[in-house]
Ligand binder design. Structure first.
Ligand SMILES: Cc1cc2nc3c(=O)[nH]c(=O)nc-3n(C[C@H](O)[C@H](O)[C@H](O)COP(=O)(O)OP(=O)(O)OC[C@H]3O[C@@H](n4cnc5c(N)ncnc54)[C@H](O)[C@@H]3O)c2cc1C
Ligand code: SF4
Ligand code: SF4
Length: 1004
């Protein structure tokens, strides 16, 4: 790892620009990787607030002799977005639409705007930018132009280059220039203008090399290697100077404005999923299928189908469109103007498959046919599986991982079958394998052989595979760089692919634009060897430092009992940087800071556990800052395609920190809440003074850090007391009827309804018990009305302090004490579970602790058994209803239900259950609010340091939606903190689903 100090530059940048300037080791480490297998430590990172500031940054870097690397989302796969340079991050502030001409179907944008974000803003105008790449949720237009990115529908829309009209850029000498279409005499560029001389020279290079370009440039649509000299050749249809910048990977200039061609939105589409019994035949069929003029033909192979089938989120989709066990499926998409034409194309596709010899009733290679997919929702779900393709493969936990270096070669369709077969044999010869997927329509299939780049043997295999693969591609007159760009992976091979003459021409272009190699040196021209381990993420000397982890990571390799392997699961693809949809990563959506995204945190942890951030990095203040805005929503656990579980990893950091630094007063008050709650509940008037006595809230902020702008939960005199004699009881034997034994809360005893006394255990969590006991009472009422014998889980040790899952202690890193707390609860619940009772709870974060963290800290069978039996109240009702065992006497309610899901409900796929439970109410209308985290996230929203972020997170979607809701709408939120946030942020009361069901009971 090269560490270059540039104190003069840092000082001047901080003085002269208002944007962010970071030169610390932690931040630089977060910008040292992209989605490739490389790592190069940058000198510093800057996020300029304006183009003028970006220009200033470039000028200062040039003066200080430091090179510059422009960066968008950092999702490149070929190592073009890593360098020992000053990184300029465009994504944080330079992300606006500057001009939109709806009638003319064009817009001008800043480079840092994310594709999905742009398309969300264009949608109301019936337009979109159709280069629909898989990383659309986080890739920026600057990065797409930098890489000349290609979407799945390039058959119809072309690639980025075909849709860029002009680019404004800052050049190496500091001049700003407008690159657009020019006429033969360069009339558009006045003599003496900064671009005129450069344009004359590069056009002359293009003209001079026209013959060589005609011979050596690949004849396939998917080619993004080298500079686009063909755009300047004599036979180019127009000379657009912007096209020399497109695909130049930040090596020629810094784009500040990009003018795009827009297209009308796609209408309804028809998809035919062509099933093939043999992979080779699917590849061979692609050349025939494209004659039917689809807009896309995408491949998913057997391995991908099987991997996706094993992922909860994707299983239903696979089951819906895959028939039997095909070796490959080609998804053929039609989008004709008339719907009936689409159906006609599907019929033609069926006929074609028949002509090729496929039928469902045949066996072996010829078994196959077309599954029609006309439902737009299923089409969208299939797209989601398809675009997650790479990530699905990357979810393998071992040290060997699919590596990107021959993954986007493109060959003419007539050679596709032979090419894939030959390359698969090369993989075998090198002791590895690969999974094929993606763009069969244009002969650009993705494949990543599995290699462990820590091993010299696998590094050598990488070179021999690359050399053989590129030789095949050359033979077929294809392109060795068909989609993901050159970067460090492909540039070395330009001479072999384009020939020495064109390689020299590329160098001339670079020298003419950037003689001092200021911009992203070593990419496209003058590149290092692609297998130089000094540039690898797992470079020489890369190894974990011994550490003891608090949780169970045994599913992974590496130090810390596997913790290292768990953090290395992040492949930097950036799915966590999405700005909308799903939940991950809610704080990033507010700050847009790489530090606040799962990827940034995982990279920081990886560098720390391998000693690259200095000694004691794990428990350092910088690490604490890195984790500070992680709200432990667990969204990454579900939505990160490789399953990076940052909420769990954060517990490790908190534990290390608590061990070395102790706990703050704030942390003590949060962590030990279940311990002092019984005392506070007996003196509610005293403990509630903080929110009624003038000055008390401000004092609590000064002394303990609780924001004075946030009310605290109110202690209640009618808190829920455990039934006195309700020590764990075994379920009532048939005909015995459970007796009510408590003078305080009535326990057991089904009230009415046809349950026949089936028993359930109810876990009364700390929050509902002390602050909203009506929720527990409502749940009991509903369960009894359904005929269930409700047993409250109470301590087995006879102590008066109620049970607790240990969540608050985990939240402050007291893992040993959380373990003791969980142990106590397990001892109480175990006999009930052993006799087959489900354990129900109301607070999602508590119940999901039993399923998630408790087994990880306990590591024993009892914890695993409880994890299997712990259910949310609504999950239990939905399950019972589904099995036909539930008969609740419910009547209609006035008002529509608006539902906000707790992050953990979403992370564990439990939203369907709460909707199903609500739909037990006759005629009810339920609408789920499209929201990420509410922003409260346990104690996060109470702290003076994080309250602003907390409210800003709420304002992203939840709070505006609640404010807009009609007054008679029933707001449902099962999380205690979500209800609190809705009350504080929108002044509305939300209810637990148990209360809504209790209100609709027709028997009291
Ligand atoms: C899982 C996965 C799937 C992918 N799928 C596709 C796909 O379907 N199609 C496809 O084409 N690619 C795909 N990619 C590659 C990548 O996502 C795209 O190339 C994307 O467009 C990069 O955008 P970015 O904002 O992340 O760019 P970055 O990686 O940040 O930058 C890309 C290049 O552009 C340069 N650059 C950025 N901003 C500027 C600027 N202002 N001025 C000058 N140069 C600049 C950078 O220096 C760099 O060389 C995929 C990657 C992954 C990880
Ligand atoms: S944390 Fe997950 S989603 Fe984010 S970049 Fe890493 S692998 Fe991708
Ligand atoms: S737990 Fe939530 S906030 Fe934390 S990294 Fe994962 S998605 Fe982001």
């Amino acid at each position: 790892m090269t560490i270059v100090a540039a104190p003069g530059l840092e000082h001047r940048l901080k003085r002269e620009i208002s944007g962010d300037v970071w030169f610390d080791r932690f931040t630089r480490g977060r910008y040292a990787t992209d989605a490739s297998h490389y790592q190069m430590m940058p000198i510093g990172v800057v996020a300029p607030r304006s183009v003028a500031e970006a220009e200033r940054v470039i000028a200062l870097a040039r003066t200080e002799g430091v090179t510059v690397l422009p960066r968008g989302g950092g999702t490149s796969q070929s190592g073009q977005t890593v360098n020992h340079s000053l990184v300029i991050d465009c994504s944080k502030y330079l992300n606006r639409i500057l001009d939109l001409d709806v009638a003319g179907q064009r817009c001008v944008v800043q480079p840092g705007i994310v594709l999905d974000d742009l398309n969300r803003q264009l949608k109301p105008h019936g337009l979109w930018f159709p280069v629909d790449i898989s990383t659309a949720s986080r890739a920026t237009i600057g990065g797409m132009a930098g890489n000349n990115s290609c979407g799945a529908r390039s058959l119809r829309y072309g690639v980025t280059r075909d849709n860029v009209l002009s680019i404004d850029a800052v050049l190496a000498d500091g001049s700003a220039a407008h690159f657009g279409a020019v006429s033969a005499g360069l009339r558009e560029l006045p003599a003496g203008s900064p671009l005129r001389a450069v344009a004359e020279d590069v056009l002359a290079i293009g003209m001079r090399e026209s013959d060589e370009i005609a011979v050596r440039f690949p004849k396939v649509q998917r080619r993004v290697g080298g500079y686009n000299l063909d755009a300047l050749a004599a036979n180019a249809p127009v000379h657009n100077l912007a096209h020399i910048l497109v695909g130049s990977e930040g090596t020629l200039g810094f784009s500040t404005k990009i003018e795009l061609k827009l297209w009308p939105l796609l209408g309804r589409r028809a998809v035919g999923a062509c099933h093939f019994g043999r992979f080779y035949d699917a590849m061979d069929a692609a050349q025939h299928i494209v004659k039917l003029k689809p807009i896309a033909v995408e491949l998913v192979d057997r391995t991908m189908i099987e991997l996706a089938r094993n992922i909860d989120m994707f299983r239903p989709t696979i089951d819906a469109f895959v028939r039997g066990a095909p070796d490959a499926v080609l998804l053929v998409e039609f989008a004709q103007d008339e719907w009936k034409e689409n159906l006609e194309r599907i019929r033609e596709l069926e006929a074609l498959m028949g002509d090729l010899g496929y039928a469902w009733d045949k066996a072996g290679a010829r078994q196959g046919g077309v599954v029609e997919v006309l439902d737009p929702k299923l089409q969208a779900a299939i797209t989601e599986v398809r675009t997650a393709g790479l990530n699905i493969m990357m979810s393998m936990k071992e040290e060997g991982k699919p590596v990107s270096f021959v993954e986007d070669c493109a060959v003419p369709l007539e050679h596709l079958a032979e090419y894939t077969e030959r390359l698969s044999r090369v993989f075998e010869k090198n002791g590895t394998r690969g999974t094929w997927y993606a763009h069969a329509s244009v002969g650009c299939l993705h494949v990543r052989p599995v290699l462990n780049l820590r091993l010299d043997r696998d590094k050598q295999a990488m070179r021999s595979i690359a050399e053989e693969a590129f030789a095949f591609v050359r033979e077929y007159k294809g392109s060795h760089s068909g989609e993901h760009g050159d970067g460090l992976v492909r540039s070395e091979f330009h001479e072999a692919m384009f020939g020495a003459r064109l390689t020299r021409a590329f160098e001339e272009v670079k020298d003419r634009f950037d003689p001092g190699h200021l911009f992203n040196p070593g990419k496209i021209v003058c590149a290092p060897k692609f297998d130089d381990r000094a540039n690898f993420r797992y470079g020489p000397g890369y190894r974990g430092k011994p550490m003891t982890a608090a949780l169970d990571w045994s599913a992974y390799p590496g130090v810390g009992g596997g913790f290292q392997g768990a953090v290395e699961m992040c492949n930097n693809n950036g799915a966590c940087r999405a700005l909308a949809g799903g939940v991950m990563c809610p704080s990033f959506r507010v700050t847009r800071d790489e530090k606040d995204v799962t990827r940034g945190r995982a990279n920081t942890l990886r560098l720390a556990v391998t000693g690259q951030l200095g000694p004691d990095a794990f428990a350092s203040n910088e690490m604490a800052e890195t984790m500070k805005l992680c709200v432990s929503c667990k969204a990454c656990r579900r939505e990160c395609p490789t399953g990076v579980d940052m909420a769990r990893m954060k517990i490790e950091v908190l534990a290390a920190r608590a061990a070395t630094h102790g706990l703050s007063l704030y942390d003590r008050l949060v962590g030990y809440l279940p311990h002092y709650a019984p005392v506070a509940a007996r003196l509610p008037w005293l403990f509630n003074l903080r929110d009624s006595l003038p000055g008390a809230a401000a004092l609590s902020e000064r002394i303990a850090g609780f924001s004075a702008r946030r009310s605290l939960p109110r202690w209640r005199s009618d808190w829920f007391r455990d039934p006195v004699s309700s020590l764990p009881r075994l379920p009532a034997r048939s005909g015995e009827g459970a007796s009510s034994s408590s003078p305080v809360e009535a326990a057991g005893s089904p009230a009415s309804g046809g349950g026949g006394g089936r028993a359930v255990a109810l876990f009364a969590d700390t929050f509902n018990r002390y602050f909203e006991p009506e929720n527990i009472r409502a749940a009991m009422k509903v369960l009894r009305a359904g005929g269930y014998d409700v047993q409250i889980a109470t301590p087995a040790d006879g102590a008066r302090r109620p049970l607790c899952c240990g969540r608050t202690l985990l939240a402050v890193g007291r893992v040993d004490e959380a373990r003791r707390e969980a142990e106590r609860t397990i001892a109480a619940i175990e006999p009930l579970v052993a006799s087959g009772l489900p354990v129900l709870g109301l607070e999602p974060s508590c119940i999901f602790s039993f399923r998630d963290e408790v087994p990880a800290i306990m590591r024993d069978e009892r914890a695993a058994r409880i994890a299997d039996h712990a259910l949310l109240f609504e999950e239990f009702l939905a399950r019972e209803a589904n099995a036909g065992r539930l008969a609740l006497p419910l009547g209609p309610l006035a008002g529509r239900v608006l539902l906000h899901g707790h992050c953990h409900q979403k992370a564990f796929g439990a939203m369907g259950a709460v909707e199903a439970a609500l739909r037990l109410i006759p005629d009810i209308e339920v609408e789920a609010i499209e929201s990420s985290c509410c922003g409260m996230a346990g104690s996060f929203g109470y702290h003076a340091e994080t309250i602003d972020t907390s409210f800003a997170m709420g304002e992203l979607s939840l709070l505006p939606a609640v404010r807009k809701a009609p007054r008679d709408a029933i707001l449902v939120a099962d999380g205690t903190s979500c209800r609190h946030q809705i009350k504080d942020g929108a002044g509305r009361e939300a209810m637990h689903v148990a209360r809504v069901l209790a209100q609709s009971l027709t028997v009291m």
